[in-house]
Design a protein around this ligand. Structure first.
Ligand code: HXC
Length: 258
């Protein structure tokens, strides 16, 4: 499928979705979010794909929602279309793993888009921020909620109130990103992680996504019960038998998603 604002490639079970509006530092406009939602839905349905990497350019993952597009919108426009958010929900609905590989700017909606993914791998040049306050608005794709859960109230509040950016080292220290890697190695590292994920049972990867995400949405007691039942449920799969048999036989497991 050809898109105007993103480039989608599938190779060897891994999909790479590259945000591609270089003249605007990959600012997120309605067309890009709509194409992204469509691509994610297609990759979800594509049996060849076991993991997706969402990335931008070396200079910018995404510098936020497109200010040029937003400048002329009014309340009715953004409310009636649920501006950008309705399409962004597609990322959250995706049951297959999505890794954000972030280099350069991940600001505003860009930071929020990265946080919607399952984890963020950052290059040394990554810069995260929620500078919407400078435009007289606030985060609108989850930044006030997710950033606060990831890095804690004090740092999240400071970033939202002042609009200051966080560099990659600070982002790793505060738990926003899983790892920081050299800029030239970002895609190689993301692919290596995606490859590891692709080798697993897709049933188990879907279940563990649900369980970890549940931890943000429920009490510890309910989350623990959910996890236990999720664990129990995987004993209904052939992949559980294969995984444990392979361990005993000292060989690599051959999962069949059954
Ligand atoms: C539209 C953008 C843009 C954006 C950059 N550009 N960010 N266009 N929307 N968010 C464009 C610039 O206008 C410029 O176009 C080109 O990209 C290069 O940007 P420069 O500013 O010249 O680059 P630089 O000096 O390196 O500064 C980079 C930057 C700065 C620090 C990232 O561009 C910046 O502050 N951008 C805005 C970041 C921001 O406020 N994001 C939050 C948006 S609100 P021209 O044509 O002049 O070359 C948001 C809300 C989300 O995200 C919620 C939605 C529901």
């Amino acid at each position: 499928m050809a898109y105007n604002t993103i480039i989608v490639e599938v190779e060897d079970q891994i999909a790479t979705v590259r945000l591609n509006r270089p003249d605007a530092l990959n600012a997120l406009n309605a067309e890009l979010l709509s194409e992204l939602a469509q691509a994610v839905a297609e990759l979800e349905a594509d049996a060849r794909v076991r993991c997706t990497i969402l990335t931008g350019s070396e200079k910018s993952f995404a510098a936020g929602a497109d200010i040029t597009e937003m400048a002329d919108l009014n309340f009715v426009d953004v409310f009636s279309t649920d501006y950008l958010a309705a399409d962004a929900e597609a990322i959250m609905r995706c049951r297959k793993p999505i890794i954000a590989a972030v280099s350069g700017y991940a600001l505003g909606g860009g930071c929020e888009l990265a946080m919607m993914c399952d984890f963020i791998l950052a290059s040394e040049t990554a810069k995260f921020g929620q500078p919407e306050i400078n435009l007289g608005v606030v985060a609108g794709l989850g930044g006030s909620q997710r950033l606060t859960r990831f890095v804690g109230k004090s740092k999240a509040m400071e970033m939202h109130l002042t609009g200051r950016f966080m560099d990659a080292e600070e982002a790793e220290r505060s738990g926003l990103v899983s790892r920081v890697v050299p800029v030239k190695k970002l895609m190689e590292e993301a692919q290596a992680a995606a490859r590891k994920i692709a080798e697993k049972s897709a049933l188990a990867t879907m279940v563990v996504k649900e369980a970890v995400n549940r931890s943000y949405e429920t009490t510890l007691r309910e989350g623990l019960l959910f996890e236990r039942r999720a664990f129990h449920s995987l004993f209904a799969t052939e992949d559980q038998t294969e995984g444990m048999t392979a361990f005993k036989e000292k060989r690599e497991a051959q999962f069949r998603d059954k």
